[in-house]
Ligand binder design. Structure first.
Ligand code: NI
Length: 135
């Protein structure tokens, strides 16, 4: 029988929403205060959902292995980072939508279970999801 596992991770990071190809007025109109040159921070919360058959150990996957993978691929990369300085945001604005794209691509490399969905909380008001939305 297939089961789903969701783990939650948190990391603080900063960003500035700014599109180099856009004019100053367009950046202001689209991003407002988030275009402030000094940037600002968020305490991101990331939920990662994977699925798989329940093993003889009674688990979808080994939690320690899963945590090590997510910490190596995502948490340690983005923890206390200025997202704008990372190569994945050299051209793309580090919105949470684009951060979800980068995180999803990294987590798809996990082989012991199937990546189904990620859910990224940026603030108490903003949450972004990517993957199988029917979950
Ligand atoms: Ni922001």
């Amino acid at each position: 029988m297939k089961a789903y596992l969701t783990r939650r991770y948190t990391f603080p990071a900063s960003h500035r929403l700014h599109l180099d190809d856009a004019s100053e007025s367009e950046n202001q109109r689209v991003y407002g205060k988030c275009n402030n040159p000094h940037g600002h921070g968020h305490n991101y919360a990331l939920e990662v959902t994977v699925s798989g058959q329940i093993s003889a150990h009674g688990m979808v996957c080994d939690l320690g292995e899963f945590d090590r993978f997510v910490n190596t691929e995502v948490v340690s990369r983005y923890d206390h980072a200025n997202l704008n300085t990372l190569p994945e945001f050299a051209k793309d604005v580090p919105t949470s939508e684009n951060l979800c794209l980068a995180i999803f691509a990294r987590l798809q490399k996990f082989t012991p279970a199937r990546l189904e969905k990620i859910r990224l909380e940026e603030t108490r008001k903003n949450t972004f999801e990517m993957g199988n939305m029917s979950l």
